[in-house]
Design a protein. Structure first.
Lengths: 323, 296, 455
């Protein structure tokens, strides 16, 4: 998080030595400290600055725009007017307001743990192979590369009631065919599609971390007779904690924003069975006169995710060691 | 073990057996690993079989009863039509240009910012880190309208800039780089500082080579995200010459009678450059630079 | 004798006639030239006549320019069809160039908005559902004067549905090219015959229910497929209108949807699902239903008109006799919901006169008949049948053209109609799958109307 005192001390010593040894007056000391601080500030901002400019222009300002829109009625094209907090007040009265929230949470709980567990497993396997690794990595990453519209069509085929792959398998083992995109199972299918598309993504991400694990420790553990599972539990998990927590936080956030796969496969249906929060926002973003209402939902979602993340960060900090 | 051999011979034999068992176990473990990975590959890539098959049929009869799994001889007309009668080659070039440019710029900016957040000390660092973390969660659908207004006011809509600049704002890469850089051992950079290497020198010559796997992952992720990004390109540019592959392919989905064959051919063709990009990065991937540095 | 004598006056008249000068600017310039108000008025009248004749007649044959279209793909050969029309146009005006960009239907609204703002295209296709919002926003060129020009009155009279567009306000922003029945019945007549009925089974509700019930064979063949529309325009709205319901009263002052008749009609639809006549929601969808219909899995199914073109374009089109028919009468009356498709032009187009000429040509009798026939939709012109609409397109469509026209009803003219229709369809689907009762669905829909319009 912050540079340790030791590092600062080392940095000081790295400065060129003064031409002759003499005692600095307190003023000179302060001036030197000021200059050093200024230098530190400038260096920090020089590194952060370029990205920060874009961050502010194309993310911070638009988000402020969302807050602004959340207090207005109308749309960009036909004009808008301020309505105070009316957009927020009508929210609880919205028909099926809870359905979207429930679906989103259920989806996240189904897809995120499964995706990350599978991805970690695949990454550990991938790290062990030397031969054919390139082919495996590519094929496993494959679904992430397929544009959403195409992925959606593939799943329409997989879930086809009459000759889709899923029902063909069911029939082969003597089960009754299932209406996969029906009211009862559509959300699960959407979650499965998401697992299919994201596992490769996250496993490549984990793989980079696994490759970086110090091999010496593993060799030592093996010499001590630690089993594979013990090595995983006592070495891999703790060493990768930071990356895994990052993945959990970001994965959860992505999960709560689920939208495009739903849009493609079921468009929220049947009925409201796969209606999600962001899908609801999407339906208002281009509406003729309710852009502000979509913005208000966004603001609430934003605040909810903010609380969630702060809680997760706190958890992360309390468990963290020295850094 | 029926008869009891001499003690020393027993020890030797046991050791021999252990070694043999160890080798057998290693072999069977390797075999199991490959099997598990093969299963994972089939699960992830096999569904794409439908698309390949459909792209080789002369009428896109994806849902026909009874299903025609494969047409023989395969029909190549869809590919011919795609390449010579639609704007596909141009869409693809645009997509590649934009994705490559964004990836290159973003790798540089994000790793610099990640370095600043991980290793440098300056006012506002914690606040900015938190702000980035919070804004990482903004659903894109929510900011679409304000973002478009800003781009329009900056007069960049309908130019390549509209496709390249806004993605640079995404803080995901900064986080990723920060996480990777935080994981680096401090000894190397401290040593460099003692030797009077400038801050940029440390970043460029020491940190960047060490986080190479992280950079490769980031490159893959950014490139993929750009290539499949759809919603923003839809409204950022409307000029025919600036059309991206995803938007072009989506517009081929006709109200009545989508030509699944043509559409599937587009899906296959859109993967070709990605495959090349991905395979080109493979070599970088396995460079065990981090552990190498530690072992020295 | 003409009042327009000197060069300066005639230059002003030309500028006014070409649309470079507003009426107000024209008059004030005339007055600035020192003309007496009465004389200026007379010049204005004469210039008006000249403008009208300039519009009725056409552009010089050597006019050049580029017309950039942004349109939706009705078939996968959309651009070919457009280029055919463009080639016909080029026979009169050889120096005009054309380009066609396709939007995707799911995102046509934002794509058109962005293009209008950027001035990227000159001519757009858009649906009636967006008409009101588009008329309000002002980025489409106002065509009212051109359309209501007396010199064009004869032509104007050949278009259908001006009265419907008038309900959206005084401003006209497009020329109708087609009208599209959103919920037509695709009927396997062989199976209808097996069930002891003929094509008139849709003329009464009881006959309809009897026929689809008899055609249902377990989960082998479903009598009636519904709930498979792409996005919105689900069947429920049309049935609610047939039961005398509307989202809003005629004067748009309050909801008028929660009536016993609408609930009864909704229950009728729910019954189809509960009795297994309609396949459970999610069994088939917009992409898979046509093949299921061809394979006999669906004896009838409800979808939009263009499915007719889809069926004929299949590798194996239906081997049985089939028809496109309107839904049967509802509790109150027999109605068939449709929406108009229009061409409009960007207010920013550098070439408004040429664009207007193009709009007229594209929607003219012969071109309209050609395009609608090959796209699987109905022409918005009375004279389209004279130009061979029936011969070029799918026969089944032409056969029921008049029947659909008779029962035609469009969306209600208020801004939130589209958003409400989408949500209403979701509520109805909830009732179909037994999650909520028909009454609950209708009550929810009324609440949605309240919150979207008055909330």
């Amino acid at each position: 998080m912050s540079t340790t005192p030791q590092a600062v001390a080392l940095g000081d010593r790295a400065l060129p030595p003064a031409p002759e040894r003499r005692r600095l007056t307190p003023e000179e000391h302060r001036a030197l400290a000021r200059r050093r601080r200024l230098r530190r500030e400038l260096t920090g901002w020089a590194f952060l600055g370029p990205m920060f400019v874009f961050f502010v222009t194309f993310l911070v300002v638009p988000v402020l725009g969302v807050f602004w829109w959340s207090t207005r009625s109308g749309s960009l094209t036909i004009g808008s007017e301020p309505v105070g907090l009316a957009n927020f007040r009508r929210m609880p009265h919205q028909v099926d307001a809870l359905t979207a929230i429930r679906n989103t949470v259920q989806f996240t709980l189904m897809s995120v743990p499964l995706t990350l567990a599978l991805a970690l497993g695949v990454a550990l396997l991938l790290a062990r192979v030397t031969r054919g690794g390139a082919v495996y990595r590519f094929l496993i990453y494959f679904p992430a590369l397929v544009p959403g519209v195409i992925a959606g069509l593939i799943w329409v085929f997989l879930t086809n009631v009459d000759f889709g792959l899923f029902n063909t398998v069911l029939k082969a083992v003597g089960q009754d065919p299932v209406t996969w995109l029906g009211t009862k199972s559509a959300l699960k299918v959407v979650a499965a599609l998401d697992v299919w598309r994201s596992t490769g993504y996250w496993s490549i991400f984990f793989l980079a971390a696994v490759i970086g694990l110090p091999r010496v420790l593993y060799q030592a553990a093996e010499l001590d007779g630690a089993s594979g599972f013990q090595r995983f539990r006592l070495l891999t998990l703790p060493l990768m904690r930071r990356i895994i927590l990052f993945a959990v936080v970001v994965g959860t956030i992505f999960g709560l924003q689920v939208f495009d796969t739903v849009l493609i496969l079921t468009n929220g249906g049947p009925g409201t069975a796969t209606q999600t929060i962001v899908l609801r926002i999407w339906n208002y973003v281009f509406s003729a006169d309710k852009v502000g209402y979509g913005a208000a939902i966004s603001v609430v979602l934003l605040l909810a995710i903010l609380c969630l993340t702060l809680a997760q960060l706190r958890l992360l900090r309390s468990r963290r060691g020295e850094d | 073990m029926a008869n009891r051999p001499a003690a020393s011979a027993a020890v030797l034999a046991a050791a021999e057996q252990d070694r043999a068992r160890g080798a057998r176990r290693a072999a069977s473990e390797r075999w199991l690993t490959h099997l598990a990975l093969a299963v994972a590959c089939v699960l992830s890539a096999a569904p794409f079989f439908y698309v390949i098959a459909a792209s080789l049929k002369d009428k896109g009869s994806l849902f026909q009863y009874p299903p025609v799994w494969f047409q023989w001889p395969p029909y190549l007309g869809n590919y011919q039509r795609l390449l010579f009668e639609t704007g596909f080659p141009r869409w693809m070039l645009n997509s590649l240009f934009v994705a490559t440019t964004v990836t290159a710029i973003k790798l540089l900016l994000d790793s610099m910012a990640g370095y600043a957040l991980a290793k440098l000390d300056f006012t506002g660092k914690r606040v900015i880190f938190l702000l980035m973390l919070i804004l990482l969660m903004v659903p894109f659908a929510a900011i679409l309208i304000p973002l478009w207004s800003i781009a329009h006011q900056l007069h960049i809509t309908n130019t390549y800039l509209a496709l390249i600049l806004p993605p640079l704002a995404n803080p995901f890469g900064v986080f990723l780089m920060r996480q990777f850089i935080l994981g680096l051992p401090k000894d190397l950079e401290n040593a460099a500082r003692l030797e009077g290497v400038s801050e940029f020198g440390i970043y460029w010559r020491i940190v960047l080579p060490l986080v190479k796997p992280g950079l490769v992952v980031l490159a893959v992720i950014i490139f993929t995200d750009q290539l499949v990004s759809f919603v923003w390109p839809l409204i950022a540019t409307t000029d025919d010459n600036l059309l991206l592959m995803t938007v072009g392919v989506a517009s081929m989905r006709a109200k009545g009678g989508t030509n699944y064959g043509l559409w599937s051919a587009a899906a296959i063709m859109s993967l070709v450059p990605v495959v090349i990009f991905f395979l080109a990065l493979q070599r970088q991937f396995m460079a065990r630079s981090t552990s190498g540095a530690l072992n020295q | 004798m003409s009042l327009i004598r000197d060069r300066r006056t005639s230059e002003l008249v030309d500028a006014y006639a070409a649309g470079r000068l507003s009426r107000r600017g024209f008059v004030s310039r005339l007055l600035a030239l020192g003309l007496a108000p009465a004389v200026a008025g007379a010049v204005l009248a004469e210039a008006g006549a000249r403008t009208a004749s300039a519009q009725a007649s056409t552009l010089p044959k050597d006019v050049s320019g580029e017309m950039r279209f942004m349109i939706g793909p009705w078939t996968d050969k959309e651009i070919e069809h457009q280029e055919t029309i463009a080639a016909a146009f080029n026979q009169t005006y050889p120096n005009v160039k054309f380009s066609f960009k396709l939007f995707s239907w799911d995102s046509s609204g934002p794509e058109i908005d962005a293009s209008l703002a950027d001035g990227s295209h000159d001519i757009y296709y858009f649906g009636e559902g967006a008409y009101l919002a588009r008329a309000k926003q002002g980025s489409f060129a106002d065509l009212t004067e051109r359309i209501n020009d007396p010199a064009w009155a004869d032509e104007k009279a050949k278009y259908l549905y001006w009265d419907r567009l008038a309900a959206y306000g005084d401003k006209l922003i497009g020329l109708p090219i087609c009208w599209h029945v959103e919920d037509a019945l695709f009927v396997n007549l062989d199976k209808v015959k097996e069930a002891g009925h003929d094509a008139t089974f849709v003329d009464t509700w009881d006959g309809f229910v009897d026929c689809v019930t008899k055609m249902t064979k377990g989960d082998e063949t479903y009598g009636l497929g519904m709930g498979m529309q792409l996005g919105n325009f689900a069947e429920w709205y049309q049935r609610a209108r047939s039961a005398g319901g509307r989202f809003l009263t005629e004067d748009l002052s309050k909801p008028a949807i929660n009536t016993p008749d609408v609930v009864t009609e909704t229950q009728h639809l729910v019954d189809f699902f509960q009795k297994g006549i309609a396949p459970p929601l999610g069994t088939f969808n917009y992409d898979t239903a046509p093949d299921a219909f061809i394979a006999g899995r669906l004896a009838t199914y409800s979808s939009d008109l263009t499915i007719a073109a889809v069926l004929m374009g299949k590798p194996k089109p239906p081997a049985f006799e089939w028809a496109v028919l309107p839904w049967p009468p509802g509790v109150k009356e027999r109605l068939s919901f449709n929406d108009i498709g229009l061409y409009g032009m960007n207010a920013k187009t550098p070439n408004p006169d040429l664009a207007w000429e193009v709009l007229k040509f594209w929607t003219s009798g012969p071109q309209g008949a050609y395009w609608t026939a090959v796209s699987g939709t109905y022409p918005a012109r009375k004279d389209a049948l004279d130009y061979g609409f029936g011969e070029k397109g799918v026969k089944q469509l032409a056969d029921s053209f008049e029947q659909f026209q008779k029962f035609s009803v469009g969306p209600e003219p208020f801004l939130q109609w589209g958003t409400i229709e989408t949500q209403a369809g979701q509520q109805a689907a909830q009732a179909y799958s037994g999650e909520i009762s028909a009454q609950d669905a209708v009550t929810n829909i009324e609440q949605i109307v309240n919150q979207e319009v008055f909330g």
